[in-house]
Ligand binder design. Structure first.
Ligand SMILES: Cc1cc2nc3c(=O)[nH]c(=O)nc-3n(C[C@H](O)[C@H](O)[C@H](O)COP(=O)(O)O)c2cc1C
Length: 132
């Protein structure tokens, strides 16, 4: 079993390009060292994040993330135990999705895994608004 958190949020209105890059790099570095897999998607001012890992680690991290002033309107979609990780086999475990081609590759991966992991299907449906 693995703990999984998934939420959407929107960036704070005054977020600059370099501040965004800072969020991405902190996320990539910290999550790599905490054995957290998943993804952080940024698209036209909105975030969609999936975090997979050890329960205590994720709950503490999520408390931190929720307090972060760089985003707002956080809506939790999934916050519970899951059968297994779905992002373990994707890229280096934790991905930043910010281009159309990142999104296309992610969609391809989730489509491949959706028969064995129902959660992939849920994430695919969450991605739909971003795929237009
Ligand atoms: C949308 C968004 C997603 C974030 N995701 C993560 C994440 O997955 N991992 C992480 O360590 N920090 C993430 N952060 C940054 C954290 O909120 C926080 O700044 C970081 O964990 C450093 O915390 P610390 O200064 O207490 O060490 C995210 C921030 C934002 C705005």
């Amino acid at each position: 079993m693995v703990y999984t958190i998934c939420y959407i949020s929107s960036e704070s209105s005054d977020l600059k390009e370099n501040q965004l890059e800072e969020v991405f790099s902190t996320t990539k570095i910290n999550n790599g060292s905490e054995d957290i897999t998943g993804m952080l998607l940024y698209y036209y001012g909105n975030f969609l994040q999936v975090l997979e890992g050890e329960k205590e680690t994720l709950l503490n991290l999520f408390e931190n993330i929720k307090k972060d002033k760089r985003h707002k309107n956080i809506i939790t979609i999934f916050n519970k135990q899951n059968e297994h990780r779905i992002f373990e086999g994707y890229k280096s475990g934790f991905s930043i999705i910010k281009t159309k081609s990142d999104l296309k590759n992610l969609k391809k991966y989730l489509n491949k895994t959706k028969d064995t992991t129902p959660f992939s299907k849920s994430i695919l449906s969450l991605l739909e608004p971003f795929l237009i």
